[in-house]
Design a protein around this ligand. Structure first.
Ligand SMILES: [Zn+2]
Length: 295
């Protein structure tokens, strides 16, 4: 599961989709300690929100925040309040394009004026408790594109990421990186549906986003994705890989970037590279599903 690196020449119809406004607000992390694991004082919380931009709404708490006293944003100013999950909200300035002609839209980057970045983590081959700890320490919500054949040995490992607001999405059963070119529509549909069912059974939610193995897609795949009940194909233009950032455009993260990572042995180094880039760019990590209003 190492080959999500091949979409550079992919068409990107979703990028130019019409902008719109959604009424729903969304949220992201500021606190750092609402974690399901044992975490002591030496794990210094590091706020995941360098600045507030002009388009951001007032801070909010989210539904899964600890209830006791977390309603006031001012709490975050005190050390004790670091244990409260305080989340800022943004007024989304982008709407997911609808399914047209039976084909799911393809999203590679979110065109937004907000200082946000979206973290996606794929496959699920390596399952190291340190991964959960790091995500909790940074309070990063992420979109987890899991492959059932690689997480089936320990699907429960990924439920721990829910504490940061992460969601499981569809990265197929097989991870056949040639499925878009080798498989029929029916074969692709069956594979995609298999992961839909697995995710529902294991995580209690049916995915709404799909990431093609290797990043390659076709109209047959777009149709299969739509027919399986998913709302969009999500690729990327930046990735954290081998302990460094790799950009398809430019040399830094941009607002609205969708970043690819993997559950690999080098997870800590990759996440450190991402964090450095995220802070340098002044962006806040927001859950993609929240921004799209499809959580
Ligand atoms: Zn993959």
């Amino acid at each position: 599961m190492c080959c999500d690196d091949q979409s550079h020449s992919q068409p990107v119809p979703g990028r130019r989709a019409a902008l719109g406004f959604l009424a729903a607000s969304l949220v992201t992390g500021l606190g750092a300690c609402a974690v399901p694991i044992t975490q002591t004082a030496q794990s210094t919380p590091v706020p995941n929100s360098p600045t507030r931009g002009p388009l951001e709404a007032e801070p909010l708490t989210i539904g899964d925040a600890p209830s006791s006293g977390a309603a006031s944003p001012s709490i975050s100013a005190t050390p004790s309040a670091a244990k409260k999950r305080i989340r800022r909200s943004f007024i989304p300035d982008y709407s997911l394009p609808p399914i047209q002609g039976g084909l799911a839209p393809v999203i590679t980057k979110i065109p937004t004026a907000h200082p946000v970045v979206f973290l996606t983590i794929d496959d699920g081959v390596v399952k190291n408790p340190e991964m959960v700890q790091l995500m909790a320490q940074y309070d990063y919500p992420a979109t987890l594109f899991l492959t059932s054949s690689t997480v089936r040995d320990n699907p429960g490992f990924f439920t721990a990421f829910k504490a940061q607001g992460s969601l499981v999405e569809n990265h197929t059963v097989s991870h056949n990186v040639k499925m878009a070119t080798q498989w029929s529509y029916q074969q692709q549909l069956a594979d995609i549906q298999g992961m839909q069912q697995f995710a529902q059974q294991q995580y209690g939610r049916t995915p709404v986003l799909f990431r093609p193995p290797g990043g390659a897609y076709s109209n047959a795949m777009r149709k299969a994705v739509a027919d399986a009940g998913l709302k969009a194909i999500v690729t990327w233009e930046a990735k954290a890989n081998s302990g460094r950032m790799d950009y398809q455009y430019g040399n830094s993260l941009r607002p609205g970037d969708i970043v690819l990572m993997h559950f690999r042995q080098e997870f800590a180094a990759d996440l450190a590279a991402f964090r450095q880039a995220q802070l340098a760019a002044g962006l806040e990590v927001v859950l993609l599903e929240n921004f799209l209003g499809v959580a």
